[in-house]
Design a binder for this molecule. Structure first.
Ligand SMILES: Cc1cc2nc3c(=O)[nH]c(=O)nc-3n(C[C@H](O)[C@H](O)[C@H](O)COP(=O)(O)O)c2cc1C
Ligand SMILES: CCCCCCC(=O)C(=O)O
Length: 372
């Protein structure tokens, strides 16, 4: 279990975070680490996980364990995917290329953000046939939206994760204090400047007038007028399964079902959008009661280790999205760091399964949990 001398990488989440803080400038670090307002939502995400305690069952022959899970007809090594995280170029020069390579090597699905530092085709190219999903922030320009969907499908992304909890930007006090807005200088617009529909709307190509491209991005990115009635547009433009990310309300879970979502991601965006918001884990059981197994319900916000994964799956989630931890891995050691963070999570998950008397994902249920 020990690491060779000279190759000491962090082990715990707190250590990765602290090493990332020491290698990144304050602006990028705070953008990644921070959240909305007083960051109370970030705290409650952790409190929610702490409020559930694992209650192991013993003498159950745990000599063989299997964490594999099947979603939308594909089997993955564990119920874990890498969450869509924007502008990874601020954490490491290779950005999403490094994270995607690490995910591909381990067979973990990588969810690419719309606002990535690298274009979606370039990310797909380093992944071979490894699993990848595309996260969509739905721009207010239908040509660009349809084009992004077309490109994602052509580049082998096998699901669309539509994020609905960012009609406008959150009130992020650290970024305001730091005067940090990477989008203002065009970080994160790679999928737009390479998009034929986007380029067709510019008078000069972005290579000749970068400022005009940034302005166009700024004018089409946010789409606060979106409503449930718009969803058929997506269906019309993609054959891929559509998951809706950012559901926290039972009424919205009902609506997601009614409008034909193929999956739901219960998420509060890692506490980055609304301060004083409910923890994702706290609403997960209510959402599951509404959905009653008709579509997969995934969750994120606050997952830091193997026991957290077991808690979410035992409550009924089909899989979890792993967020900030892998970005700290990326900042500290690029592809190696992301790989190490995922491997640590998988080993911790496997050992904790054994020590709790759990042999498979199907066996995870509430009998292994008690609420504090
Ligand atoms: C730096 C950062 C950037 C993010 N960018 C996106 C994004 O582009 N699209 C998206 O749907 N969610 C985004 N999220 C939210 C994550 O997908 C996920 O919901 C969140 O990180 C979960 O919280 P946790 O990291 O604290 O576990 C971002 C989160 C962080 C920390
Ligand atoms: C103007 C672009 C906003 C992108 C938001 C990315 C995100 O989800 C996050 O920072 O959180």
């Amino acid at each position: 279990m020990s690491q060779p001398a000279g190759q000491q990488l962090p082990v715990s989440y707190a250590e990765w975070e602290s090493r990332a803080r020491s290698v990144l400038a304050k602006g990028p670090f705070d953008y990644i680490d921070g959240g909305a307002g007083y960051e109370d939502t970030i705290r409650v995400n952790r409190e929610a996980f702490r409020s559930w305690r694992l209650q192991p069952q013993v003498l159950r022959n745990v000599s063989k364990r299997d964490a594999r899970v099947t979603l939308f007809g594909k089997t993955y090594p564990a119920p874990v995917m890498l969450a869509p995280i924007s502008i990874q170029g601020i954490a490491h020069p290779l950005g999403e290329l490094a994270s995607a390579r690490a995910a591909a090597a381990l067979g973990v699905p990588f969810i690419l953000s719309t606002v990535s530092s690298r274009p979606l085709e370039e990310v797909a190219a380093v992944m071979g046939n490894a699993p990848r999903w595309f996260q969509l922030f739905w721009p207010n320009d239908p040509d660009v939206t349809a084009s992004l969907l077309r490109r994602a499908e052509a580049a082998g992304y096998s699901a669309i994760v539509l994020t609905v909890d960012l009609p406008v930007y959150g009130w992020r006090e650290r970024d305001i204090r730091n005067g940090y807005n990477p989008f203002q200088v065009g970080e994160g617009i790679a999928n737009f400047v390479t998009d034929p529909a986007f380029r067709a709307k510019l008078r000069k190509p972005p290579e000749q007038d970068w400022q005009a491209a940034i302005s166009l991005f700024g004018s089409i990115f946010f789409h606060p007028s979106l409503s449930w009635a718009d969803l058929p547009f997506l269906r019309l433009h993609t054959k891929l399964p559509i998951l809706i990310k950012g559901i926290l309300n039972m009424q919205d879970a009902e609506l997601a079902l009614r409008y034909g979502a193929d999956g739901i991601v219960v998420s509060n965006h890692g506490g980055r959008q609304v301060d004083g918001e409910v923890a994702s884990l706290d609403v997960l059981p209510d959402v599951l009661d509404i959905v009653r197994g008709r579509i997969p319900v995934l969750m994120d916000s606050g997952i830091r280790n193997g026991p957290d994964v077991i808690k979410a799956i035992s409550l009924g989630a089909s899989a979890i999205l792993f967020g900030r931890p892998y970005i700290y891995g990326l900042a500290v050691a690029g592809e190696t760091g992301v790989g190490r963070v995922i491997q640590n999570l998988f080993t911790d998950l496997d050992l904790t399964m054994a020590n709790c008397g759990i042999r498979s994902i199907a066996e995870m249920n509430r009998t292994f949990l008690i609420r504090r």
